[in-house]
Design a protein around this ligand. Structure first.
Ligand SMILES: [Zn+2]
Length: 255
């Protein structure tokens, strides 16, 4: 249990802002005031937000937290950065080396959202955020060819290094998906760590807690409990546990 408690909480956001439900079928946009409230509530309860460097190499206080944003939406710069600045919360942003200035066209169900261009990425890095690697064009790395793996890891890292002057150290798998060859490719490309979403597999598939626009105060509080990943996994495998998870949500709301 101690090991579980001391492991930093890694939150996975995507974008920041207001979108109608039909414009955001995957609930990726967390409104700006909600992001503020979520991060402020963690700070008020004694959580310490980390830079990637401290996460990787520093001394970690008991309740430490890494805030991450996937895909590199323009909205993270426009709407997210002001919140992070005001609360002095560092963050790690995973961008796509092959889609700078492009749009989120890998999700046909969602209207294309603008992604950061080179200037936007430099602005985020200049503001002190860690700009890290989310692959090339958001294709899955599962069953990828050696050429695809190289483009998503080595080539994407080179683009980001040229942009920011700093080599990316962390990788986040598109869709959170990975297999043994993908994990090996990321390690061999020189990344120090890779993040998945739910499926954990050592240092090169470190799980994160996904935050979406559907999260309420109650579900957010539940998600940051140290036991949440275990409970979530168990509830997924054992349908009988779902009522227990609901009762835990109830308990969290009364705290
Ligand atoms: Zn993504």
């Amino acid at each position: 249990m101690n090991a579980l408690r001391n492991r930093p909480l890694v939150l996975m956001y995507h974008a920041v802002g207001e979108r109608a439900a039909e414009e955001d079928p995957f609930c990726l946009f967390v409104p700006q005031d909600r992001l503020y409230e979520q991060l402020a509530s963690l700070l008020a309860r004694g959580w310490t937000p980390l830079t990637l460097d401290t996460y990787l190499h520093g001394a970690l206080p008991p309740r430490s937290l890494l805030v991450t944003f996937d895909d590199g939406y323009r909205a993270v710069l426009d709407q997210g950065l002001p919140v992070l600045r005001e609360l002095k919360v560092p963050a790690t942003v995973f961008v796509l080396g092959g889609l700078l200035g492009g749009r989120s066209r890998w999700m046909p169900e969602m209207p294309d959202e603008p992604l950061l261009d080179a200037e936007g990425v430099r602005e985020l890095a200049g503001a002190g955020l860690d700009v890290e690697c989310h692959g090339w064009e958001h294709g899955t790395l599962v069953n990828a060819s050696p050429e695809e793996l190289a483009r998503n890891t080595t080539q994407a890292a080179r683009v980001l290094t040229d942009l920011t002057g700093r080599r990316p150290r962390a990788f986040a798998y598109p869709f959170g998906d990975h297999d043994a060859r993908a994990r090996r490719a990321v390690a061999q490309a020189g990344f120090e760590i890779a993040f998945s979403t739910y499926h954990a597999e050592g240092r090169y598939a470190t799980p994160r807690v996904a935050v979406s626009s559907t999260d309420t105060r109650t579900t957010f509080r539940l998600k940051v409990l140290p036991s949440y990943p275990v409970v979530r996994r168990a509830a997924g495998h054992v349908p009988k546990l779902r009522p227990a998870v609901r009762s835990l949500i109830g308990r969290a709301s009364r705290n």
